[in-house]
Design a protein. Structure first.
Ligand code: SF4
Length: 307
């Protein structure tokens, strides 16, 4: 069996920074450090940080007075920032700078009197954070068909922003539907789909041309990992999302010559290696890596953690 690895795959700069913030906070301030929500959507990462002394909470009222508190990479609503301020909690913000950029764009458009449409998936923490960062109503659209049901006059001045981890094509279609229904629609020059999402999605499309089956390593609640699997399906490949090697079902790869393997932006490389080990228990495996973009983006840590 040939296993072809997508390039790039796995950790993005926002995830590396978020994990780094928790680890450095533990080193600098000592355990426990409180983290609101999963720092990134990956149980292995969360468990690793728990073992080092991080405590994950759903809401700030579970954080004791004065305890170091980290906001997750997905961002938080303004009410949470204000609540932390009121409680004088020392906060380290691990919101990915690309998510913060979307918050800033949304605020900018609303301040200019536009009605904001957020293209994203209901219930995702990034979407809740973005909706809660912007003052005034935000209309959430998750699919092209939902544009029709927006209860707004067609001459409403609209601005859109998007969740960072959607599929490039879905976003493109929703933006086109907005432009066809409303007469005055503006948005950022390029959609807010982040560089890491775009790179991983185009690498998967390339991978699908040479593979018979697609395996995506990532958590069930990881938006960008789900999009990678959907791209595999769009490209006509049986495509599976698995958290790690233990979830590999041998029937997925029975009789298959070429397996395409990638990982979402919050999945560590060790989990990819674990899937290769699981494949090795089924067949003789030759591993090759596709040519692709090498990423060298790094995001700065918060000032309190810089050496
Ligand atoms: S996927 Fe993109 S937006 Fe999300 S954390 Fe990574 S770099 Fe930031």
């Amino acid at each position: 069996m040939r296993v072809i690895l997508a390039q790039p795959r796995g950790f993005c700069a926002g995830v590396v920074r978020a994990i780094d913030i928790v680890e450095r906070a533990l080193e600098k301030f000592g355990a426990p450090v409180y983290v609101r929500h999963e720092i990134v959507h990956n149980q292995h990462v969360v468990n690793g940080l728990k073992a080092k002394g991080a405590r994950f909470v759903d809401e700030l009222d579970e954080v004791p007075a004065g305890a170091v508190t980290v906001f997750s990479a997905h961002g938080v609503p303004r009410a949470v920032v204000e609540d932390a301020k009121a409680r004088k909690l020392p906060v380290l913000d691990a919101t990915c700078p690309l998510v913060s950029k979307v918050h800033a764009q949304g605020k900018h458009y609303v301040n200019r009197g536009r009605t904001l449409v957020l293209i994203g998936h209901a219930g995702h923490p990034e979407v809740e954070g973005t909706m809660g960062q912007v003052q005034g109503p935000v209309h959430l659209v998750g699919a092209e068909e939902e544009v029709e049901s927006l209860d707004l006059p067609t001459d409403t001045p609209i601005a859109y922003v998007t969740q960072t981890t959607l599929s490039v094509d879905d976003t493109k279609n929703i933006i086109a539907a907005l432009k066809s229904r409303f007469s005055d629609v503006i948005g950022p020059d390029t959609a807010d789909i982040c560089y890491a999402t775009q790179h991983r999605q185009s690498a998967v499309r390339d991978l699908c041309r040479v593979a018979d089956v697609l395996l995506v390593v990532g958590a069930k609640n990881s938006s960008n990992s789900n999009r990678l699997r959907e791209i595999g399906i769009e490209e006509g490949l049986p495509s599976y999302l698995l958290a790690d090697g233990s979830e590999l079902d041998p029937s997925w790869v029975r009789g298959v010559q070429t397996v395409g393997l990638t990982a979402g932006a919050s999945a560590p490389e060790e989990l990819v290696l674990g899937v290769i080990d699981a494949l090795r228990r089924i067949a003789d495996v030759e591993v090759v890596e596709m040519d692709g973009i090498t990423e060298d983006i790094e995001f700065r840590l918060p000032a309190a953690l810089r050496i």
